[in-house]
Design a protein around this ligand. Sequence first.
Ligand SMILES: O=P(O)(O)OC[C@@H](O)[C@@H](O)c1c[nH]c2ccccc12
Length: 261
Amino acid sequence: MNILDKIVLNKKAEVASAKKHISIKELESSALFSRPTYSFKEFLLDPARTGIIAEFKRRSPSKGIINDKVGVEAVTTAYAAAGASALSVLTDTDFFMGTKTDLFKARQANNIPVLRKDFMIDEFQVIEAKSLGADIILLIAAILTPKEIDTLAKLAKSLGLNVLLEVHNMEELQRSINPNLDAIGVNNRNLADFTVSVDTSYQLGEHIPAEFMKISESAISDTETIKGLKQAGFNGFLIGENFMKQVDPGVAMQEFVKGLK
Ligand SMILES: O=P(O)(O)OC[C@@H](O)[C@@H](O)c1c[nH]c2ccccc12
């Protein structure tokens, strides 16, 4: 069984257990549930920002611990101050050492869009994402049928959430395109075997219809890569490890951004 299958199996059990502890009614009555959300597209296209979606990630299955010494408020506020167009916060605990509280804290501390980075397989998680303060949810084509994508994306849109679809190959892109998506992200990392190549973005990017924001995800570690991707029409750049592996990820992003000008 590959890692993605393991994560999904684990996630099913996690969601089943979460549902026993809190009802959808309770989630819907939380203070954050009824708030207006930030527009992902607006922040990506804002010329005063960088297009970078800066990620708070303590650990990953491919790298092990990346940084478990830094706090989510300090890092995400520094990312926002450095010009992030959005923040990405891992909420998976078992494989990424993230927590739902991390997302809630990032929301409270910032006024730019926040992405709930998790493996969404159930409508419960979408409602929970809104109640925790997310503005954007991630739907991963590799683990969802087109029907599931449609159901989850429609629910997200009905709650005012933005939807980012992640694809890794042409087949996933073609079968998963859906009018309820806001952005399509090409993951340069193959989640099944962890190999990375930014070429994946160039190959798939030209097949993403113009109505969607185009995002390149993973393995971005220099500003030249971003400049090239911008030329190819990409609007957003999801960066985690390159910042998180530094003692001060916020300062690392600040330094990185200087190279974009
Ligand atoms: O740390 P990187 O290589 O900059 O990658 C960030 C982000 O793209 C990556 O964490 C990611 C992309 N898709 C995911 C899905 C689930 C968890 C994590 C991810």
